[in-house]
Design a protein around this ligand. Sequence first.
Ligand SMILES: [Ca+2]
Ligand SMILES: [Ca+2]
Length: 161
Amino acid sequence: MGCGQSTPKQLTVDSRGIQHLSDQYVEQFFNTADAKGNSNGKIDIAEASGALTQIGINIEKSKELIQECWELLDKEQSKQATLAEFKVFMYALINSEKGNKARTIFFLCDKNQSGTISVEEFKKVAIKLNKDLTEEQIIEAMHEKEEIGVEKFIKVVTKRI
Ligand SMILES: [Ca+2]
Ligand SMILES: [Ca+2]
């Protein structure tokens, strides 16, 4: 299960097997890290990594995954994350697996942490991952469902057409 093998008290696992960090913990961590730095309402990857260590993630072992996750999130390459971005970063990271980019992208898109993403979000990311995927194929894959889970998402986006 991703890089969060142990289950520290800040982590909970829902019925789908998806891990969640308490909002309170993430916010507290963010504010403390930002206050130690320049209090500009943003933290950088080094500051963010402190939270990973606290919840038992080995930063050295997960280096590539952290880098990939951060790069996917930080589209303007500002090297800084707001609280909202940091929340998504942590959520995606604790549920990611090394070498499974589709999985990381899914969780980065699942901003409300429901474990599913909508058709609109799905279209955005699926096309990014697999340029051969047409809108019709995406809609067909959704079977008119409004939301799609991670297993189904990976199956569709990694399918070679
Ligand atoms: Ca800062
Ligand atoms: Ca969602």
